[in-house]
Design a protein around this ligand. Structure first.
Ligand SMILES: NC(=O)c1ccc[n+]([C@@H]2O[C@H](COP(=O)([O-])OP(=O)(O)OC[C@H]3O[C@@H](n4cnc5c(N)ncnc54)[C@H](OP(=O)(O)O)[C@@H]3O)[C@@H](O)[C@H]2O)c1
Length: 476
């Protein structure tokens, strides 16, 4: 590598010298050492002190994180990038740049989107650390052309905008221009007939995914395989049906006392939660059947490849070849980025990202005509306390783009839902959003929009942002 060449490349880009000149010392992490060296040459040619290190010196002002360019396990990679960010924050760093390669245009890229959570990490870090400059650069990396890749990276670097990319042709790409639609909560598309479809739906027996599937089944009928971890428990004998957990706890404690037993709070909590989950699953199955659909519920933890493979084989035998997939399973493990633990990130990623991977592996060879991924507005805007959840949902967005490229005939949608009046939005979260002027999505309207979009066919945008804008609020 001849530095002179790189210097010439670096000088081509307006604004580069200004941007580099802002920082007296820059560190680049070394997960992609060839590119890191090349970038270090280009930056130091502009008079900056640059080191390549995964543990930069304490006084480093700017850190360029290459983790997402290094390959490897998807969850490890996102954790590593977050760890770099945490360490740099603790050391008092001023400027954080997260690199990724989803094609330089925030689409699928060589990892097919699996390494694409950096924009959401950048957005969340910018909200949680407002005194730090945080950026994400999406860059098309060509391993055989380090000089060209460095040049594109320097071009994006010189943009000095929070999210910028440069694709292989050298085009500067902003994120989500025109692709991501804000959906009004009404729509009027015509339903296609999909009565013969077999839908596999992770998380489909409970929460907002169940409501969406019910709205869809009312239009189409069809066959639905609903997956969730819960094993549906019978309703406790002698207790009136209720969907109020407080009331149920009270009734279970009263029953124990009446039977001469001492109520144990942890047992009561477990029985109450299992009973409510079982009832919710039975209610979903009953409503789908009432809509004319065939339905089966399969207890399955989608973070286990083996369990998913077994269930997919069972569905083929019992309902037929799977033709459509909805990935609605998700969990939260909220805490601020600086306190975020590997265990929390694993929980969120194992279900959202690992679960999607397991489903796609088990469905390899299936001819999918419809794919819906349940992402979140937290990915699009970032969200305080939800850095891992925002990243995982952003990965879903990138994978949706990649799937649509691979399956151009299929309807592929990633729904970036705002908060609903239901599901994982508990009273605390509901208050948080309401206080910030963000309305909750009414269940019937959100579900109808889902059915409309899934039946409207391809070509109406892959990434959809649903609900009130968070842009002008302090909801972040
Ligand atoms: N509600 C909202 O406001 C909102 C906003 C934005 C995005 N979303 C997204 O929409 C989806 C549904 O959310 P929700 O509010 O309905 O949440 P929810 O009420 O907590 O339901 C989550 C569903 O996922 C299932 N699940 C979780 N982990 C699983 C695993 N490892 N394997 C199989 N199933 C699993 C749960 O069933 P078991 O407990 O039985 O496993 C349940 O059916 C999520 O992906 C969420 O990120 C929701």
């Amino acid at each position: 590598m001849r530095p002179i060449e790189l210097r010439a490349l670096a000088e081509l880009h307006d604004g580069l010298a200004d941007e580099v000149g802002t920082w007296s010392s820059i560190a680049i992490t070394n997960e992609n050492s060839t590119l890191a060296e090349s970038v270090a040459h280009a930056l130091s040619a502009n008079g900056c002190n640059v080191q390549i290190s995964n543990s930069p010196e304490a006084l480093t002002q700017q850190l360029i994180v290459c983790t997402a360019l290094g390959g490897g396990n998807v969850i490890d990679m996102h954790w590593q990038a977050l760890s770099h960010a945490q360490a740099f924050r603790r050391a008092g760093g001023k400027s954080l740049i997260l690199l990724q390669d989803t094609g330089g245009n925030f689409a699928g890229g060589p990892s097919h989107g699996w390494h694409g959570g950096m924009a959401a990490l950048a957005r969340t870090a910018a909200l949680e650390w407002p005194d730090m400059s945080v950026r994400c650069i999406d860059i098309a990396v060509e391993p055989e052309d380090v000089v060209g890749t460095t040049s594109r990276l320097m071009k994006a670097y010189a943009q000095n905008t929070p999210l910028s990319g440069v694709d292989l042709s050298g085009r500067v790409c902003a994120m989500h221009t025109g692709e991501l639609l804000r959906q009004p909560l009404h729509s009027s598309s015509q339903a296609e007939t999909t009565a013969n479809d077999v839908w596999i739906v992770s998380g489909g027996a409970r929460g907002v995914t169940a409501a969406c599937i019910e709205a869809l089944a009312q239009r189409t009928g069809g066959r639905f395989a609903l997956l969730g971890r819960s094993v549906p428990a019978e309703w406790p004998s002698g207790i009136e049906l209720s969907d109020d957990i407080k009331e149920l706890r009270r009734l279970l404690a009263a029953r124990a006392l009446a039977n001469g037993e001492r109520p144990v709070p942890k047992d009561i909590e477990r029985i109450a939660r299992q009973a409510l989950a079982g009832q919710e699953i039975r209610n979903t199955v009953a409503s789908l059947e009432a809509a004319g659909a065939s339905v089966r519920y399969y207890p399955c933890d989608i973070s286990s490849q083996q369990q998913v493979n077994n269930v997919v084989a069972q569905i083929h035998n019992e309902l037929g070849q799977i033709t459509a997939m909805v990935h609605g399973a998700g969990v939260l493990a909220d805490s601020n980025l600086i306190d975020k633990t590997r265990e929390q990130l694993d929980r969120v990623f194992d279900t959202k990202v690992g679960g999607l991977n397991n489903l796609l592996v088990a469905l390899e060879g299936a001819r999918l005509s419809h794919i819906a991924l349940f992402s979140s507005a937290a990915a699009f805007y970032g969200n305080t306390g939800q850095g891992d959840y925002a990243m995982a949902n952003e990965v879903l967005n990138r994978i949706a783009q990649s799937l649509q490229q691979r399956l151009p005939e299929a309807t592929v949608k990633s729904f970036n839902w705002g908060p609903w009046e239901s599901g994982m939005v508990d009273q605390t979260l509901a208050r948080y959003f309401k206080e910030r002027g963000i309305g909750l999505i009414p269940v019937d309207q959100g579900a109808a929009l889902f059915a409309d979009e899934m039946l409207a066919g391809a070509g109406r945008g892959v990434e959809l942002l649903v609900g009130d804008s968070w842009a002008d609020t302090s909801a972040h």
